[in-house]
Design a binder for this molecule. Sequence first.
Ligand SMILES: [Cu+2]
Length: 144
Amino acid sequence: MKNKIIRLAFLFILFFTSIPVFAGQQLIEIKAGKFSYNPSTIKINKGDEITIRLLSEDVTHGFYLDGYGIETRAHPGQDGVISFTADKTGKFSFRCSVTCGEFHPYMVGFLVVRPNSTFFGFAAVVLVLAMGSLTVTLIKKRKS
Ligand SMILES: [Cu+2]
């Protein structure tokens, strides 16, 4: 009985301490040029701490992220840097916030924030282990 409690307590501690571990830090470089972003689609996980470095390949370009409402600008030779925590899942568009030429309105990219599947996978494993140890203990109890 004591063993079971210790095992369960250990699994719970493991579960909660792992939450920040699975949130990664990422530096993402985006090249902005007339009239597109490279890469134009970025995939990250919820909880990630993201730093975006925006580099201009020609004129001044902006980066405005819908849904998060954050912005930075890159001038030629002077990068724009912005950091944020990806706390909302979904597909968000980012667009140029500096009028840079005739096709400026079409300068759009996408940021996809996925649910943290690594974390959920790990949580599932912990849950299965907890259920397993509980079942084993119950079976042992019934036999004796
Ligand atoms: Cu622009």
